[in-house]
Design a protein around this ligand. Structure first.
Ligand SMILES: Cc1cc2nc3c(=O)[nH]c(=O)nc-3n(C[C@H](O)[C@H](O)[C@H](O)COP(=O)(O)O)c2cc1C
Length: 221
């Protein structure tokens, strides 16, 4: 069977513009922080739509696009998710997490309270599909699902930041309660929960430093 191919239209710039664009993008991304203190200021749906569409441009194993983004604005549903997340996180902080894990989290100032799920105007739950079903319900395979959904989530986080909004990569573990609360089918498993909105006024974030370039890059020239 012959499959169709189309001509790729490259996005191209002169070298000095490439240097400038790569620096500008790095500077923008370097300002991204995980925010845990949100404002309730509303965000237009169109921005959320563009952000989620950007996540949907990610590459995926065999182009299976094994993701679904649940976009939540409903206040009752947000409150329910918050209550369920806090229930699980209480158990985590009161015994399910190791002492070492609690110690590693200490600089972040996190605890079982998850007000941001109520306060942020939007919650995006990223769902991953380890397998899929075609129209007649036959099981079909997905490939490199964690890698694919992880990359799409990275695009999502970058798009949120690029739009001038903030988010938190939240993993209220175990996350099965989310699929139930959202009434999603068994083939979808919650991957991340991201509140999206503006930071609260005078919002503070932990004073963290990122690894130096030499620590993250190794050249083989
Ligand atoms: C996979 C993953 C899961 C995370 N889960 C949580 C979480 O459940 N709660 C939380 O407060 N932060 C969570 N974080 C955020 C990290 O704590 C944060 O990215 C890290 O401290 C670095 O801070 P920065 O994002 O501001 O650079 C998570 C991050 C990742 C990548």
């Amino acid at each position: 069977m012959e499959y169709p191919f189309i001509t790729y239209k490259p996005v191209q710039f002169g070298e000095s513009e490439m240097i400038s664009r790569s620096k500008v993008f790095y500077d923008l991304m370097d300002q991204r922080r995980s925010v845990r203190d949100f404002s309730d200021r509303d965000v237009p749906e169109e921005i959320i739509r563009n952000i989620v569409k950007t996540a949907g441009t990610a590459p995926s194993g065999a182009h299976k696009q094994p993701w679904v983004f649940c976009v939540i604005r409903n206040k009752t549903l947000k409150s329910r998710l918050r209550a369920l997340a806090e229930e699980e996180e209480k158990k985590n902080y009161e015994g399910r997490m190791s002492e070492r894990w609690i110690k590693d989290l200490a600089p972040l100032g996190t605890n079982e309270k998850k007000e941001f799920i109520d306060i942020a105007p939007w919650i995006i739950v990223v769902m991953k599909k380890s397998y899929d079903q075609d129209a007649d319900g036959t099981k079909t395979n997905n490939y490199y699902v964690n890698e694919s959904v992880g990359i799409a989530s990275g695009f999502l986080i970058a798009a949120i930041h690029n739009a001038g909004l903030v988010t938190l990569t939240h993993t209220p573990s175990p996350m099965n309660f989310i699929a139930k609360a959202l009434n999603r089918p068994d083939i979808e498993k919650p991957y991340l929960l991201l509140p999206v909105g503006y930071p609260a006024e005078a919002c503070k974030v932990p004073d963290l430093t990122r690894k130096a370039y030499d620590e993250i890059a190794i050249y083989f020239e």
